[in-house]
Design a protein around this ligand. Structure first.
Ligand code: IMP
Length: 193
């Protein structure tokens, strides 16, 4: 079985490839000659994931899946959500994004938030959606320098450290993305056996 992961991110590709049985050949956008940044014009994570997977399936006639992730903060009515990458502006600064959230939550006792990853899969003319969530709290200030994006201000439930402080293996065993990817992998393994 051959399937495209609609990403240019080599790390994400490798992460998923490692989990898949070898009968499943995973291709990146670069592998299929697609060098474009597919526009993410959806209003939800689900819409964006679908847009990217459909772009490949319709344009290249290939089975494909795509992911989209956001941080949803309760006290901000689910913001930044689908706009997580560019919350503080088009320069997509992780530092700027964290500063903006901390200032918006300044003095607010409700620090509840969660990361959500949505994966949209197009396989043999059917569509499937997989979701992974990790609940947690937004800290009062940044802690740690590991990971990326909002990791230094997100403390997952059951832990005393932020994703920026926790070892990468710990984050990767409980993260939103790992949970969604595991559901996808379990599904694909069943299809290919
Ligand atoms: P993407 O859909 O994986 O590109 O994620 C969109 C944005 O969400 C990123 O630019 C980050 O700001 C944020 N994000 C996604 N995953 C994580 C994570 O694991 N930790 C921290 N921030 C993340």
């Amino acid at each position: 079985m051959k399937i495209v992961f609609a990403t240019h991110n080599a790390n994400k590709l490798e992460e998923v490839r490692k989990l898949l049985p070898k009968e499943i050949q995973l291709l990146s956008l670069d592998d299929i000659g697609c060098s474009e940044d597919i526009p993410e014009t959806g209003k939800t994570l689900e819409e964006n994931a679908k847009i990217k997977a459909d772009y490949v399936t319709q344009g290249y006639g290939l089975d494909c899946f795509s992911d989209d992730t956001g941080l949803l903060v309760d006290a901000l009515q689910g913001a930044p959500g689908v706009y997580s990458a560019r919350y503080a502006g088009e320069q997509k600064s992780a530092q700027g994004n964290m500063v903006k959230i901390l200032s918006e939550l300044n003095g607010n006792g409700n620090r509840n938030a969660y990361f959500k990853t949505v994966i949209h899969l197009n396989l043999q003319n059917h569509s499937y959606v997989f979701e992974g969530i990790v609940n947690g709290q937004i800290t009062e200030e940044q802690h740690g320098s590991g990971g990326f994006g909002y990791d230094p201000i997100f403390k997952p439930e059951g832990f005393e450290q932020t994703f920026g402080e926790l070892p990468m293996e710990t984050k990767n065993s409980i993260s939103h993305r790992a949970r969604a990817v595991q559901k996808l992998v379990d599904f694909l393994k069943n299809q290919s056996s």
